[in-house]
Design a protein around this ligand. Structure first.
Ligand code: IPE
Ligand code: IPE
Ligand code: MG
Length: 232
């Protein structure tokens, strides 16, 4: 069965998972971070080539400061500890998003993971932090402008190549947990022909088996890319 080359995940539902258990939202983020580790290992096992995880959006800064700091602290911690097991498995770590608005500490650990894995040839793990699809496109346009690019010749390849993870293939399968059915500004360009998989399961409860099931349903999809699919 066809395995998607590039899988994206909108890891949603941490807050509702915690509230449903009378816990603080940050407990949901902690449990969600554990789920994240399991799913990355499964993606490697399933021979996924690129895994893009939405961890923190450009809009998530509007949340209460203590929730934002609990998410960023978890990120700092995992970048110093858990990430090493993936790097050992050949994972190449790439950040999606505008790092300039992150703290010096977070930038240090992100740069460190990227540097340590730059030569790795295994699965590419694209972690989206302070990421917005619209912001990605605007930063891409600005990068072209900085190179005195001739905008009268603009084309998909040149702009697509300037986006975050621009050398990765487009998203084949986008998974969103928690029952919401929207992209919430994640990889809007890269998802032009993505297949979508929605599940009501909240991210902290999403299992390795559920991930494999999502990948298996992808193999059954009829992707036509605008073609008539051989039906005359
Ligand atoms: C996803 O879970 C994690 C982030 C957006 C950082 P949420 O925190 O959005 O959980 P819900 O949607 O409120 O349940
Ligand atoms: C999307 O989830 C962002 C991440 C999962 C990091 P949100 O919970 O922020 O999205 P909305 O607000 O429901 O659209
Ligand atoms: Mg949410």
């Amino acid at each position: 069965m066809a395995v998607p080359n590039h899988v994206g995940i909108i890891m949603d539902g941490n807050g509702r998972w915690a509230i449903g258990r009378d816990l603080a939202r940050k407990e949901g983020h902690k449990k969600g971070a554990n789920t994240c580790m399991d799913i990355i290992h499964t993606a490697i096992d399933q021979q996924v080539k690129v895994l893009s995880l939405y961890a923190f959006s450009t809009e998530n800064w509007t949340r209460p400061a203590d929730e934002v700091s609990s998410i960023i602290s978890l990120l700092d911690l995992y970048l110093q500890t858990e990430i090493l097991a993936f790097l050992k498995r050949g994972v190449k770590f790439v950040l999606l998003g505008d790092r300039s608005k992150l703290s010096a500490k977070t930038r240090f650990w992100l740069n460190n993971a990227e540097k340590l894995s730059v030569k790795n040839k295994g699965m590419k793990l694209q972690l989206a932090v302070n990421y917005g699809g619209k912001d990605d496109i605007i930063r891409g346009i600005k990068s072209l402008a900085a190179q005195q690019y001739d905008f009268s010749q603009i084309n998909e390849q040149d702009l697509g190549g300037m986006l975050d993870g621009g050398d990765s293939p487009p998203v084949d399968l986008m998974i969103r947990t928690s029952g919401e059915k929207r992209l919430s500004n994640f990889m809007i360009w890269q998802c032009a022909y993505a297949e979508f998989y929605f599940t009501d399961t909240l991210w902290p409860d999403f299992t390795q088996a559920a991930f494999i099931e999502a990948i298996n349903t992808f193999g059954l999809r009829d992707r036509r890319f605008g073609d008539s699919g051989g039906v005359s």
